[in-house]
Design a protein around this ligand. Sequence first.
Ligand SMILES: Cc1cc2nc3c(=O)[nH]c(=O)nc-3n(C[C@H](O)[C@H](O)[C@H](O)COP(=O)(O)OP(=O)(O)OC[C@H]3O[C@@H](n4cnc5c(N)ncnc54)[C@H](O)[C@@H]3O)c2cc1C
Length: 407
Amino acid sequence: MSVPAVADVVVIGAGPAGSAAATTLAKAGRSVVVIDKAVFPRDKCCGDGLTTLALRELEQLGFQPSMVPTWKSVDSAWIRSPSGREVQLPLPKDGIFAATAPRRELDAALVGIAAEAGATVRDGCAFESIRQTPTGVEVDVAGSGTIEARYVIAADGMWSPTRKALGAGEPGYLGEWHAFRQYGRNVTGPAAERLYVWFEPEILPGYAWSFPLPNGRVNVGFGVQRDGIRKVQDMKQQWSQLLARPHIVEALGADFELEDRHTAWPIPCRIDRATLTDGRVCFVGDAAMAADTMTGEGIGQALLTGRLAAEAMLGGGALDAETVTRRYRSTVRHHLVADHKMSAVLGKVLARGRGARGAIRILDTNDWVQRNFARWMFEDEPRAIAFTPSRWHRDFLRRPGPYRAST
Ligand SMILES: Cc1cc2nc3c(=O)[nH]c(=O)nc-3n(C[C@H](O)[C@H](O)[C@H](O)COP(=O)(O)OP(=O)(O)OC[C@H]3O[C@@H](n4cnc5c(N)ncnc54)[C@H](O)[C@@H]3O)c2cc1C
């Protein structure tokens, strides 16, 4: 399939980051071409969990939960400490503060929204190479032609071929987290309805999860922070051992069955040190290493950075690349870097058995902390908001959740 020869912006990659960028630009009347090497609907190895941050961004894009056939809203989180203490963290009821949505369905819906907004979407079209000129960018698409554009948004994920083609890649970089996930069915235990996070002693720093889906299905998995010592091979063995734990068997029920095979993928979490721009190219989402370093969640950050890159391009004047890229770097710093540093500190506390046990013991003793911790954990407010007065607002922890009308 051939691609248009000219566009204002080429978006490389149609995951949440690319779709958010394309939708924002197309809604503002810019001509946008989105290319993705995959054909949608396509799967993405993920826990499928949506934080409040992700839900607020999705609502702004015009996404509706009814666009995902197997959507599941979640009203609390169940956390278990390494010593076995379990605590339920309720979420407010005026809106949706957490949900699960299989990426196969979510990402296809987002691509549909971008196309509806006016973006030209070419799936099954892989990025091949890029050339920057004094006035624009030329992108070669494998077997489909060349697109000339003013700007490129590189939303091409953890391994970002655009970053490599520009020589901005870091050889040997494998991400800060590595995570496994698998779908399962016939859940007869409480995990059919509950979102579980299990801090198991031998996978610290890291955690296992079970996120509920409709009809007795779940997304189960575990992620660990890379420490240079743990091997992916060892993680494969840990997977079946984890699923045999009595409390996990009890949560999933005796009839639980795994579907297909497990998949694994790295998660990049170093937004404070990542290359955010290169000439007329802005990197977003995993390509900007934007996932949360405490939890490994990155859909909200992908949607946010995609929107911020698009907004920088909309406000930067016709050809002033320096203004556009400076604005993007500055808004990313404003929205994410302090939170990243806070997450890194908290991640160190949770990395140790004693820290995780202590944190969950505090949660178990105080109703106010329980209610608000879940909101904060799901990024309803930025992690470091207490330390960044420029982001304070009157409705701190009082805003209704996204999709209030549908709850
Ligand atoms: C096991 C696991 C569990 C996770 N769980 C969660 C969770 O529960 N919640 C959460 O918020 N985050 C989670 N994450 C993180 C989350 O999946 C990512 O942060 C998120 O997908 C980033 O979105 P993105 O749009 O930047 O990139 P992606 O979703 O990776 O999209 C990149 C796109 O680029 C395309 N692409 C790649 N190469 C090319 C090329 N050469 N040409 C054209 N297109 C190309 C790909 O086909 C893909 O569609 C998890 C990650 C893992 C690995």
